[in-house]
Design a protein around this ligand. Structure first.
Ligand SMILES: [Zn+2]
Length: 242
C-alpha cells in the first residue's frame, strides 16, 4: 500500500479543552501533556497514548503537537491499540513515517504542517482625496470609501479620485492562528492603529508597504504566499534537539 497524507481541511479549530489526562486532540486515544525531564517542565510537549501514557513522538513545541495530532487523526490509525501492535503493523508504520517526515520538514522550515490559506487578500480599490489648497498630492495615501466623506468635509479644497489599483491585506496563514476556543479560527491580520490607538487592519495597493510594516513588527515570510504573525513565528520556532 502506498501511504498518502490526508491533509486536514484549512483552519480547523483544534479540540482544546481540559482533561485530567492531558489536552484532548482530534486523534481519539492521544492526548498532549507537558514534557518533563528529571521532574522539571522542559517547555516542550508530548503526544502520548492516554491509556498507556506512552509517547508516540519526541517532545516538541505545543503548536506542532496540536498540528501533528490533527495529522495523525487523519491517518486512520486506531490510536487506542496496543503500542506493540502498532509498531509491527506495516500500514501503521508507513503512515507514521510519512507523518513524521512531514513534521520534520515543517520544523526545519519553521512553518506549520499545512497552510490554512494564502496570506494575501485583495479588496476593493481605494480613493485618493487630495487637498489642493494645502499639501502636494504625494503627501496623501489612498483611503477607504468610508473615509472619503469626512475627509472632504475637513479639507479646504478637496479633489476625489478613484484609485484603480487593487488593495491588499496580509493575514497569518498558520492553521491554528487565533482563539482556539472559537468554532472557526480567525487568523491575525496585519494591523496598524487609528488615531484613537485602536487596532486597524492595514490595507494598501503597495504590497511592499505591507511587507515592510509586517517585518518591522516581527511577522515572518515563509514563501511568496505565506506569512506568519509574530505569535505563530514564535510558536513554530523549535529549539529542541530534533
Ligand atoms: Zn498567526
Amino acid at each position: 500500500m502506498t501511504a498518502t497524507l490526508d491533509i486536514p481541511v484549512p483552519r480547523t479549530a483544534a479540540t482544546v479543552h481540559d482533561d485530567p489526562n492531558g489536552e484532548i486532540t482530534d486523534a481519539f486515544g492521544l492526548v498532549i501533556v507537558p514534557a518533563a525531564h528529571r521532574g522539571r517542565y522542559t517547555a516542550l510537549w508530548q503526544l502520548i497514548q492516554a491509556r498507556t501514557r506512552r509517547s508516540v513522538v519526541n517532545p516538541m513545541p505545543l503548536a506542532y503537537a496540536r498540528e501533528y495530532a490533527t495529522v495523525l487523526a487523519r491517518t486512520g490509525i486506531d490510536w487506542t491499540r496496543d503500542p506493540h501492535d502498532l509498531a509491527v503493523d506495516p500500514d501503521a508504520r508507513a503512515q507514521m513515517e510519512l507523518a513524521r517526515t512531514t513534521l520534520e520538514q515543517a520544523m526545519w522550515a519553521g512553518r506549520p504542517l499545512w497552510w490554512a490559506c494564502g496570506s494575501w487578500s485583495t479588496h476593493a480599490p481605494m480613493w485618493s482625496v487630495l487637498n489642493i489648497a494645502a499639501m502636494p498630492p504625494e503627501e496623501y495615501k489612498p483611503v477607504t470609501f468610508a473615509d472619503v466623506w469626512w475627509l472632504t468635509d475637513v479639507l479646504a479644497a478637496p479633489a476625489v479620485h478613484y484609485d484603480p489599483r487593487p488593495v491588499w491585506s496580509l493575514c497569518c496563514a498558520a492553521p491554528l492562528c487565533g482563539d482556539p476556543a472559537g468554532e472557526l479560527l480567525t487568523p491575525a491580520v496585519l494591523s496598524g492603529h487609528n488615531e484613537d490607538g485602536d487596532p486597524l487592519p492595514m490595507r494598501s495597493p503597495e504590497r511592499a508597504e505591507l511587507t515592510a510594516a509586517a517585518e518591522a513588527i516581527g511577522w515572518g515570510r515563509r514563501d511568496a504566499h505565506h506569512w506568519l504573525c509574530p505569535a505563530c513565528v514564535t510558536a513554530h520556532t523549535d529549539d529542541s534537539a530534533w
